[in-house]
Design a protein around this ligand. Structure first.
Ligand SMILES: Cc1cc2nc3c(=O)[nH]c(=O)nc-3n(C[C@H](O)[C@H](O)[C@H](O)COP(=O)(O)OP(=O)(O)OC[C@H]3O[C@@H](n4cnc5c(N)ncnc54)[C@H](O)[C@@H]3O)c2cc1C
Length: 548
């Protein structure tokens, strides 16, 4: 039987994957696979919005400057210039495709929020559910497009590379080509080989590696781990952004609800449990300081006082204004018994955005042939050592557009030989999974990463983390191999691989910059460290290198 070969295989249905699929479908057959339902992604939960220059009073130069300042001298100016310059066109294209943004009822123009680190109001939003609206409109476009086939509840397990060809693999892994993926159909409990001329990873972040995260359950770093195992270069994983303000609840939840930065932009103030303001001690912008500073300040106050949370207070503003600006946050807090128009909101920092990732060029191209990475899973130079709020959706959309052009050129120029690619080798046993083992290993890894590779790090803690993660990650990989294939064990292996990488990256950088703060190296050291950290697996053992 002749095998189906797709032109574009897209893994992940957040902003990056959906937008890429729509644009690529004009040029060939797209297969879009996604682990859960089409909507379940980080994108769906985005509240704040998408940054783009629109007002006369604003300029590209200022947006570039704000982004570079947040990135702490590690952004690639070309990548930053690219997303900022493309911003207005992307917003207009989204509007053309049916995405709604909130307008100012009096002036009739788009209402733009100002968020932390931005010198101007430039955040396009739809109420406080921008992500939900983006997903609604983009999934509608995708579902109506006859050139796009959608596979939901289908989980990519590994990339198809030379390993899976019958001819001998090349010495080392570099120069490797990607031919598609092995995918696990969760509901049918079966695995299939999917061949494609190009593969685009749009699998989002890895917040689930931490105990407290704003990311939904799907964010287990799968794309990052798969790309690493396939030999792609990974960079800057030591930079993980913590959102300073997620709702604190006594009961532990898989994902923490976000109290958007826009609430602080609106005028809310951070206070300790006894109602005292503290941000003036840390930054002249006080509660509107950049996220890393706010997260560190909260962490410091909590540790100093032995508190589990701090408060965010918006209650001195008129109730109708609060409710109309933040309906989603208002109702979600009410469910927890907190009326934000009258009471202060208990908040804690939580892992939010992965600034590092699979290294790509300005077209989303990785160093594995035929493999592209876009959105949060990619490290393309935009965010440097810290992300500016509301720049990540913009990054995902702009790079989806740029890579759709580049991938199209790649498939038209390259004849790819698909012969000899093996079916999935079912080396796993039929031994059933024991939930207690998976949850023990998963929680141990999460706790270790949270305690030792969290907001504040030290050489001692990182050394301990290194010793422990090697053993636990080995156990997790071994359990994956020895047990019947399941979503749980696939995720466990990926979480273990990503956690092990994070520890190595954080141990590497002997300075403090952006989101990486090490008390033993508290200063920025441009002479030695104004460069990206990079790790690439060479098959047998991984190779680490630092390059500019
Ligand atoms: C609560 C919250 C609020 C945010 N607010 C904002 C904001 O206001 N503005 C902003 O710019 N950014 C915001 N961000 C960040 C932003 O939402 C993300 O960076 C962005 O949505 C990433 O888009 P993406 O397409 O790369 O990934 P995602 O939207 O995360 O999509 C990843 C997709 O990959 C799928 N997937 C994962 N693994 C596999 C696998 N193995 N096989 C198949 N499919 C897989 C997932 O199911 C999902 O569909 C927020 C993030 C969160 C969590």
């Amino acid at each position: 039987m002749k095998e189906n070969i797709y032109d574009f295989l897209v893994v992940g249905s957040g902003a990056a994957g959906l937008y890429f699929s729509i644009l690529a479908a004009d040029h060939g057959k797209v297969l879009l696979i996604t682990k859960n339902s089409l909507r379940e992604s980080n994108t769906f939960y985005a509240q704040g919005g998408i940054a783009a220059v629109d007002r006369e009073s604003d300029s590209f130069e200022e947006h570039i400057r704000d982004t570079m300042t947040a990135g702490d001298e590690l952004c690639n100016p070309k990548a930053v210039g690219m997303i900022v310059n493309e911003g207005p066109e992307i917003i207009h294209d989204l509007i053309r495709r049916g995405v709604k943004f909130t307008k100012d009822s009096k002036k009739g123009e788009y209402s733009l929020h100002r968020e932390g680190g931005h010198s101007e109001s430039r955040v396009f939003h739809f109420k406080d559910i921008t992500g939900k609206e983006l997903i609604r409109a983009l999934t509608k476009n995708v579902k109506e497009n006859k050139n796009i086939t959608i596979l939901e509840n289908t989980m990519c397990v590994d990339l198809l590379t030379e390993h899976q060809k019958t001819d001998p693999p090349p010495a080392g892994l570099h120069g490797v080509t990607c031919y598609g993926v092995y995918a696990y159909e969760i509901k049918r409990n079966r695995i299939s080989k999917i061949l494609s001329k190009s593969t685009v990873l749009a699998t989002g972040g890895s917040g689930q590696v931490y105990l407290h995260t704003s990311n939904p359950a799907v964010a287990t770093g799968d794309g990052l781990a798969m790309a690493y195992r396939a030999g792609a270069t990974i960079s800057n994983l030591e930079f993980y952004q913590f959102h300073p303000t997620t709702l604190y609840t006594e009961k532990e939840k898989e994902s923490s609800f976000l109290i958007s930065e826009a609430v602080r932009g609106f005028g809310a103030e951070l206070k300790t449990k006894d109602g005292k303001k503290f941000m003036h001690k840390y930054h002249p912008l006080k509660s509107l300081a950049p996220r890393d500073i706010v997260a560190r300040a909260i962490d410091t106050e909590m540790k100093k006082r032995g508190d589990d949370f701090v408060y965010l207070d918006v209650s001195n503003f008129p109730a109708n204004k609060i409710i109309s600006s933040f309906p989603n946050i208002y109702h979600r807090c009410l469910e927890e018994g907190i009326d934000i128009t009258k009471q202060m909101i208990p908040v804690v920092p939580a892992a939010h955005y992965q600034c590092g990732g699979i290294e790509t060029d300005l077209h989303g191209k990785t160093d594995v042939k035929g493999l592209y990475a876009i959105g949060e899973v990619a490290q393309n130079g935009v965010h440097g050592a810290n992300r500016l709020a509301s720049n990540s959706l913009l990054d995902a959309l702009v790079f989806a557009k740029a890579s759709s052009v580049s991938v199209q050129k790649y498939i038209s120029k390259n004849m790819i030989n698909f012969t000899g690619i093996k079916e999935w080798e079912y080396y796993h046993t039929e031994r059933p999974l024991e939930k207690v083992v998976v949850s023990y290993l998963r929680n141990t890894i999460k706790r270790l990463v949270s305690e030792f590779v969290g907001i504040v790090r030290s050489d001692e803690r990182l050394k301990m983390a290194q010793n422990m993660i090697d053993l636990i990650a080995w156990q997790a990989r071994d359990y994956y191999m020895q047990t019947k294939l399941s979503k749980e064990t696939i995720e466990l292996r990926n979480i273990a691989d990503v956690a092990a990488l994070m520890v190595r990256f954080a141990s590497f950088r002997k300075e403090s910059r952006g989101l990486h703060y090490n008390i033993d190296h508290p200063h920025k050291d441009n002479e030695h460290w104004q460069k990206n950290t990079r790790i690439r697996s060479t098959g047998r053992r991984s190779k680490s290198e630092i390059t500019r």
